[in-house]
Design a protein around this ligand. Structure first.
Ligand SMILES: *Cc1c(COP(=O)(O)O)cnc(C)c1O
Length: 357
């Protein structure tokens, strides 16, 4: 069976050597040597000031909301993975959806201001499929209304905007290092900020709020990444160039073959693609369903990603309707892309889609 992604497994001998190190030191978690090494290397590689590694991308978002003292309502996008919304609700915040731009699939800044009121404390946009949001427009709105900006950048590892990491925008950006993501640590995530004070607060928050051997400074949780996960991260990072080259090659082949036959995501003019996903948009949901059925019959399992649109969730109040997001959600499919996807496998995916179009 061919799935939309396959977790990247780096050199096994190297991972085993790290496991031997962990056994020798008997230091399994709590700001270990491997975690510290990975943090330094990632800060360097991504070009960001502070990166705090955590247990997963959902906790990274929750820590960001807590550290920035968000209250009341938060304006966010309905076109994302469930975690963008559920983390807000989990933290007692109300997600207020602004509809997306149907070409970029990102939150449309023009829809934000009408939703701001005295209860609004922040904007949580998503760099959907790694595509940089209109970060300058969003920041201008946030400044005008004194709102915080937290980017759910779970897809944006390696995404560039105007020549630097897009992670440098907003008060905080968060990453997910889940096994299915472009760069991973099995389970894991990160909080990125350039604010020293905020970084210090988050570092204690991830360890129960403990500020010293006998002092607990504030409310905290357990969001620590362990040494085995950091070891996986170090191994994957060693191979990141191969990963990027492979993804780019596969992505380009899809583009060459499907260009003009399906609608593709419009990338930000100042952004650089990280080739994390291959989203394709069909003319209608019924066309999508025919394609999906055909692929499945041939043991290829694409994903309806993101579906459903989050403004349709039962646990939210039903009054928010985002037409563009619902429309895109109903017609979008993500195609298989991962290092190791063979030419023949990819050609088969393309052939089956072309047969139907
Ligand atoms: C994967 C993902 C998350 C959640 O990250 P986890 O590490 O799985 O908790 C959040 N937002 C988006 C957009 C994601 O794709």
């Amino acid at each position: 069976m061919l799935s939309v992604t396959r977790s990247y497994l780096p050199n096994k001998e190297k991972f085993k050597a790290y496991v031997d190190q962990i056994y020798d030191s008997a230091w399994l978690t709590n700001n270990g040597h491997l975690l510290q090494t990975l943090e330094k290397r990632l800060a360097d590689f991504l070009g960001v000031k502070h990166i705090i590694l955590v247990a997963n991308g959902s906790l990274a978002l929750q820590l960001a909301y807590k550290a920035l003292n968000l209250t009341g309502e938060v304006i966010t996008t309905p076109f994302s993975f469930a975690a963008t919304t559920s983390t807000l609700v989990w933290e007692g915040l109300k997600p207020v959806f602004a509809d997306i731009n149907p070409n970029s699939f990102n939150l449309n800044p023009q829809n934000i201001e009408a939703l701001i009121n005295s209860r609004t404390s922040a904007i949580v946009p998503v760099h959907v499929f790694g595509n940089p949001c209109e970060v300058d427009e969003i920041q201008a709105i946030a400044n005008k209304h004194n709102l915080k900006v937290i980017y759910d950048a779970a897809h944006a590892f390696g995404s560039q905007y105007k020549g630097q990491s897009v992670l440098n925008y907003g008060d905080i950006s968060t990453l997910s290092f889940h096994a299915t993501k472009l760069f991973h640590t099995i389970e894991g995530g990160a909080v990125i900020t350039s604010d020293d004070e905020l970084a210090r607060t988050i570092r204690t928050m991830i360890n129960f709020g403990i500020t010293g051997p006998t002092s607990i400074g504030h409310v905290g949780t357990n969001a620590k990444m362990n040494e085995f996960e950091a070891a996986m991260g170090l191994c994957v990072l060693d191979e990141i160039e191969t990963i990027e080259t492979e993804r780019k090659r596969i992505w380009q082949k899809y583009l060459d073959s499907l260009h003009g036959k399906v609608q593709l995501q419009q990338w930000h003019q100042y952004g650089e693609n990280n080739h994390a996903y291959v989203p394709v948009l069909f003319k209608s949901e019924s066309e999508l369903l025919v394609v999906e059925e055909k692929l499945k019959k041939n043991n290829i399992v694409p994903r309806r990603y993101f579906y459903p649109s989050l403004d349709t969730l039962d646990y939210l109040d039903a009054s928010q309707v985002c037409k563009e997001s619902r429309d895109i959600s109903s017609r979008i499919l993500c195609l298989p892309i991962f290092p190791g996807l063979s030419n023949e496998q990819q050609q088969e995916v393309i052939r089956l889609i072309e047969q139907i179009l």
